[in-house]
Design a protein around this ligand. Structure first.
Ligand SMILES: CC(C)(COP(=O)(O)OP(=O)(O)OC[C@H]1O[C@@H](n2cnc3c(N)ncnc32)[C@H](O)[C@@H]1OP(=O)(O)O)[C@@H](O)C(=O)NCCC(=O)NCCS
Length: 155
């Protein structure tokens, strides 16, 4: 019987270090160096105001979303990725929805994120879930690599 995909919140249990290793591998594969959080994952996750959820399909980690809430005013989606061979099956949307719900639960008014305009799939996904483009931030990632700042306000 096929195992149903499930969104899991990264815990502090021993299995979490294996999961982080998998995610770091994916991060290096999917993102260019200047956009990759691979080197900072563990430090980032030690912070009390950040969280990570991943998509588990039969014990395999196939995607992840990372978020933080730097203040009581807003939260940020800091990463979202799905393995190339598992895309277009609804996993990215499920992860993003789960992260939005987490942030909503923290009674935050706004979620912000930055995304490279050339990442069309991600921009469409963010727009599908209600994010709006705020502005283009020049040289956000590196010289000549800009980012849209996007936001979602809760009512
Ligand atoms: C962006 C990403 C996470 C989407 O994951 P996914 O699991 O393939 O997305 P889903 O199957 O859940 O698709 C949900 C929506 O995303 C958008 N989308 C996803 N893939 C798309 C594509 N190839 N072209 C256009 N829109 C796309 C659509 O709006 C889609 O809704 P629809 O199915 O009703 O058209 C994935 O493409 C990815 O990991 N990309 C590389 C990393 C990245 O760019 N991350 C975001 C920046 S941090």
């Amino acid at each position: 019987m096929a195992t149903l995909p499930r969104v899991v919140e990264l815990g502090r249990d021993p299995k979490s270090s294996e999961v982080i290793e998998e995610i770091v591998k994916m991060e290096k594969k999917i993102f260019p160096k200047h956009e990759s959080l691979a080197r900072f994952f563990i430090d980032e996750l030690r912070k009390k105001n950040s969280g990570l959820m991943y998509m588990d399909v039969g014990g395999e980690v196939i995607g992840y979303v990372m978020y933080s809430w730097p203040s009581s005013l807003y939260a940020s989606i800091t990463k979202l990725a799905v393995n190339e061979n598992h895309r277009r099956q609804g996993h990215g949307e499920a992860l993003l929805r789960a992260a939005i719900e987490k942030c909503r639960g923290r009674k935050i008014q706004r979620i912000c994120l930055h995304v490279d305009p050339s990442r069309g799939s991600a921009v469409s996904l963010y727009q599908k879930l209600g994010f709006q483009k705020d502005k283009l931030v020049e040289c956000y990632y590196s010289e000549n690599r800009h980012a849209y700042r996007m936001f979602l306000d809760f009512d």
